[in-house]
Design a protein around this ligand. Structure first.
Ligand code: CP
Ligand code: NVA
Length: 324
């Protein structure tokens, strides 16, 4: 299937608003996506997962550059494998190779890359740097994690929840831990798709007030609490992430003390109820935010989440890359 016929194909899917708006766009935040665009990406990802061969040549001859300021397993491998499966290629640039804003101004990196490649995936420390990169790029820039958001993760996660729960509307996702980048993207994605959220963080580690205000203004149903048990009771899934994100290593010891009551262990999953699945974006720090028992239990869908990063990112690449 060619990149062109992907949009034609979308017409054949159940009632989806066809997003003519996506080609050529950046994806820095889940909030950039409308409801129709979000549903389209999820539906396309499911179709790609079911029929990967139909999309084998869709990005033939196209190149993605993946630019990393931080380490990665899932994001790097899934973008590289995904581009290969779509008939294109990916070029990996490690932190030492680019020196974003140090060896070279961010706008010069963006202007150079725009002359050679079809899209840029960037994992950066500062979301402002990502926005600067996008401002000066003529090709789509995809957020592969910043200090503020992780949109590919959240979209893949909601796809995973749909697979396990059948629908999102009226379901509840409990977040337990740090009010971080992954949570911000999940709040935006769930607001779009009608998933309720209950968020338990220590008082000093709340999610961004700007994200909360935007989501609530747009109809998001979000309960904030400092009590993990209140958040998880009756939830359809319990999600946690590391207590110290990449770039916060100096705070790790302080955070380990503050977050101890927020560990997702068998007792907390018991309090959630038998319907509750366990989710984590990974990498997990086993023994800190989650125990081995929960990670390795039948309720854990963490490797389904990891697999779906591949499918959702293929959908994102197909949707954003303009036709050749
Ligand atoms: N979840 C995720 O983005 O994993 P990596 O940091 O390994 O890419
Ligand atoms: N919150 C974590 C997510 C890793 C995928 C971090 O930013 O390090």
């Amino acid at each position: 299937m060619s990149a062109h016929s992907v949009l034609a194909f979308a017409e054949t899917l159940p009632p989806l608003q066809r997003p003519q708006t996506l080609p050529g766009r950046h994806l820095l935040s889940v909030h950039d996506l409308s409801l129709g665009e979000t549903e389209f990406l999820l539906a396309l990802a499911m179709r790609i997962k079911a029929h990967p061969a139909d999309f084998r040549e869709a990005l033939h001859g196209r190149t993605l550059v993946t630019l990393f300021e931080k380490p990665s397993l899932r994001t790097r491998v899934t973008f590289e494998v995904g581009m290969g499966q779509l008939g294109g290629r990916a070029i990996h640039l490690s932190p030492d190779e680019i020196g974003l804003g140090r060896r070279e101004a961010i706008k010069d990196v963006a202007r150079n890359l725009s002359r050679w490649v079809d899209a840029i995936m960037a994992r950066v420390y500062s979301h402002a740097d990502l926005a600067e990169l996008a401002r000066h790029s003529r090709v789509p820039v995809i957020n592969g994690l910043s200090d503020f958001e992780h949109p590919c993760q959240a979209l893949g996660d909601l796809m995973t929840l749909v697979e396990h729960k059948g629908t999102l509307a009226g379901k509840t996702l409990a977040w337990v831990g740090d009010g971080n980048n992954v949570l911000h993207s999940l709040i935006y994605a769930s607001t779009r798709l009608g998933l309720r959220m209950r968020v338990a963080t220590p008082p000093q580690y709340l999610p961004s007030p700007e994200v909360l205000a935007t989501a609530v203004f747009e109809g998001g149903q979000i309960l904030l609490t400092n009590d993990p048990r209140e958040a998880v009771a009756g939830a359809d899934a319990v999600y946690t992430d590391v207590w110290a994100s990449m770039g916060q290593e100096a705070e790790a010891e302080t955070r380990r003390r503050v977050f101890q009551p927020y560990q997702v262990n068998e007792a907390l999953m018991e309090a959630a109820g038998p319907q509750a699945l366990f989710m984590h974006c990974l990498p997990a720090h086993r023994g800190d935010e989650v125990t081995d028992e929960v990670m390795d239990s039948p309720r854990s869908i963490v490797y389904d989440q990891a697999e779906n990063r591949l499918h959702i990112q293929k959908a994102i690449l197909l949707a954003l890359l303009p036709e050749a």
